[in-house]
Every structure is written in C-alpha cells, then in structure tokens.
Design a protein around this ligand. Structure first.
Ligand SMILES: [Zn+2]
Length: 190
C-alpha cells in the first residue's frame, strides 16, 4: 500500500520487490520528468513540496498512479493533478494534446465523422494538435503528445471501419511519434 500526496491509499507491490525506477502499483518502468512538468501538472498547494526533480511518470493506462518517487516515498494519484492524464482517461474528453487542449473527441470527429484526416499532419492542421510549443512541459508524461495523437487517430480509423492491415493504418504506424519536435524547434539536429 502506498499513500499519495492527497491522502489516497493505493494497493501496491512491496517496495522491496520493485526496482526504484518502476511504479510500485503496476511494476512498469517510469519515465523521469522534470520539476517543470510537475509544476504544470500539480495544483498550486503541492508546488512547494513536490514540484521538484526526482519523480517518474507511470505510463500504464490502467494504473491510477501518475507520479512516483520511491526514494522519497512520494506518490501522486492521477486524480490529484490539475489535468486529466490522456492515456489514463477513457472517452471523448481524454486530452490528446495539451498545448492547445485537443481531445480524443475532436480527433474522432475529424477522422471518423467528417472523414477528412488520416495522417498526423492532417489532424494537426484540422485540430491544432502538435502545433503548440510546450508539449514537453504541459503533457503530464513530459513527452511530446505524438503518442497520444497517433493512438487517437488509430482508434478513430478503427471506428471508421479501417482494418489493422489497411494502408492508412500501416502508414500511421510508421509515423514519428516525436512529431512535434520539428514544429517546436526541438529537433535533435544541432
Ligand atoms: Zn503504475
């Protein structure tokens, strides 16, 4: 059992059996995030104590823990954040891109309802997803929203009746999920 910063008790593995870099609730490896990501995700009353380095984000969709710092026994539940965690939220209101607040429902609308978009560039042009400049900070995972956007397009294509071996689906699976780097001027070149 771990106790979160907001006082929730969450069933967990014994801390001795999970590596310090893994989530104690689901045992999957975490993704290190910066204090800037924590500051953007946490409500103000937690900034002083927890908007610091040392936390890892848990990416498991079914796991309720958002962040953990096993060394300091500090844990943050997804419902203790200022934002919904897209990959841990089901349904049309799930955020897929944080800069411009694009939701899964908007992507579904463009791809499955209007049928006007198939690729990440087309969805970016239609919704504004991936065109912001602060994904790496305002996405609670501390990473580009490309992963979430691609997942939402895939889901929408399936809803629209595309099979897993349809050319549109295969093409999408080959797209670079670090898509917003080029738009944000964060490219690896230089
Ligand atoms: Zn987890």
């Amino acid at each position: 059992m771990v106790r979160t910063v907001g006082g929730r008790e969450v069933e967990s593995f014994a801390l001795e059996v999970v590596p310090s870099t893994s989530c104690p609730v689901c045992a999957n490896p975490g993704i290190p995030v910066t204090h800037l990501v924590m500051r953007a995700a946490l409500p103000r009353e937690f900034h002083r104590e927890f908007a610091r380095e040392g936390f890892l984000f848990c990416p498991t969709p079914s796991c309720p823990l958002a962040y953990f710092d096993n060394a300091e026994s500090a844990y943050v539940h997804k419902d203790e954040l200022r934002v919904l965690v897209g990959r841990k939220t089901a349904g049309p209101s799930a955020p897929v891109c944080y800069c411009l607040r694009v939701t899964e429902g908007q992507v579904m609308e463009e791809v499955a309802v209007k049928g006007c978009c198939r690729t990440m560039d087309e969805v970016a042009a239609a919704t504004g997803a991936l065109l912001g400049k602060a994904c790496h900070i305002v996405n609670p995972s501390g990473k580009c929203c490309g992963d979430e956007v691609r997942e939402a397009i895939l889901k929408a294509l399936r809803t629209a009746g595309f099979s897993d071996d349809a050319p549109e689906v295969l093409k999408l699976l080959e797209e670079d999920v670090d898509h917003c780097r080029s738009h944000c001027g964060l490219g690896e070149a230089d």
